[in-house]
Design a protein around this ligand. Sequence first.
Ligand SMILES: [Zn+2]
Length: 151
Amino acid sequence: MHCPFCNVADSKVIDSRLAAAGSQIRRRRECLSCGERFTTFESYEMVMPRVIKSNTKNEPFDEEKLRRSLMHALQKRPVTQEQIESALSDIQLQIRRLGERDVKSIVIGEIVMKALFALDHVAYVRFASVYQDFQDVEAFRRQIEQMQQHD
Ligand SMILES: [Zn+2]
């Protein structure tokens, strides 16, 4: 990063600490050329990949849409709003971890189904049954059988 005072690229870090409740790193730097000090902030890239639909169209990731379908599947289930929010951020973290610019909606659907499966079995079945990209009926059936064995 260039020094804001003399525009030279070399600086050394003289102090480094967490900021914004640990989601940022604040670095105090000293320019090796002019000796001026400045501060930089480093944070995660929070950009979500685009979602590729089955018909090869793609659209931006829509957190609200995901929240709505989770809420729908979890209607009247014994799950708190906090658990839903935590599942939502976990799902988005997993999607970001894929490290792709474009992610197929079927991949996202699988991540969501795993999260719902861990959260509430009834919600999982509801989501899976309305989830249009779920094409492997046989795998779905096996998973339900497996789930019943664990109950
Ligand atoms: Zn400088």
